[in-house]
Design a protein around this ligand. Structure first.
Ligand SMILES: [Zn+2]
Length: 184
């Protein structure tokens, strides 16, 4: 009887661990063969851990040199300076070196749920970063910004525009939050 109970406990533990591992790093790793320089494109400090932590862990565990481009300081409550530091600390906890974290602090890209960022400006800044870092995979929000935040949606529209207009470097791939399993 004790042995049966023990096997049952082990089976449940194995199932839980397997499910967790699959959710965190299994499926994503298989979807990203040959990626050299992935970029996580976010709007605010904390987006990385709130929306993309499993993706980050997958890439970092796969020994990929993931970089992060954050397009604002997240200054909606006048806490931009603190949030800048928190972004670096959060990324470090997730396995991303401070040197691989870039933050844009531009007055025309305010942290606001009601402001759509200028597509031309945003696209230009993102494209510059992609070329500078030789990025071959961009991961960002979907068309609804996951949470509906206007700044998140602006990122989707900017990267979509770059893709549609053929400005992305040859071979660069986009993945967004919702359609992570398929090309956008
Ligand atoms: Zn955000």
């Amino acid at each position: 009887m004790l042995a049966v109970a023990l096997v049952a406990v082990i089976t449940v533990l194995w199932w839980v661990c397997s499910s967790w591992r699959e959710a965190v790093c299994g499926r994503g790793a298989a979807l990203l063969p040959g990626v050299r320089a992935p970029l996580l494109l976010i709007a605010h400090p904390d987006d990385e851990c709130m929306f993309f932590a499993p993706t980050i862990l997958t890439l970092v565990q796969g020994q990929r040199p993931l970089s992060v481009l954050c397009c604002s300081t997240g200054n909606y409550y006048n806490q931009g300076e603190m949030r800048k530091r928190e972004l670096v600390q959060s990324c470090a906890a997730l396995g991303i070196a401070p040197s691989d974290v870039t933050l844009i602090d531009h007055s025309d890209l305010p942290d606001s749920p009601t402001v759509k960022w200028d597509e031309r400006l945003l696209s230009s800044l993102i494209l510059h970063h992609i070329k500078e870092k030789n990025v071959d995979l961009v991961i960002t929000f979907d068309e609804s910004g996951v949470s509906g935040h206007s700044n998140h949606i602006s990122l989707y529209r900017a990267i979509r525009s770059l893709h549609s207009s053929g400005q992305l470097p040859e071979g660069a791939v986009i993945r967004c939050k919702k359609c992570y399993t398929e090309p956008c």
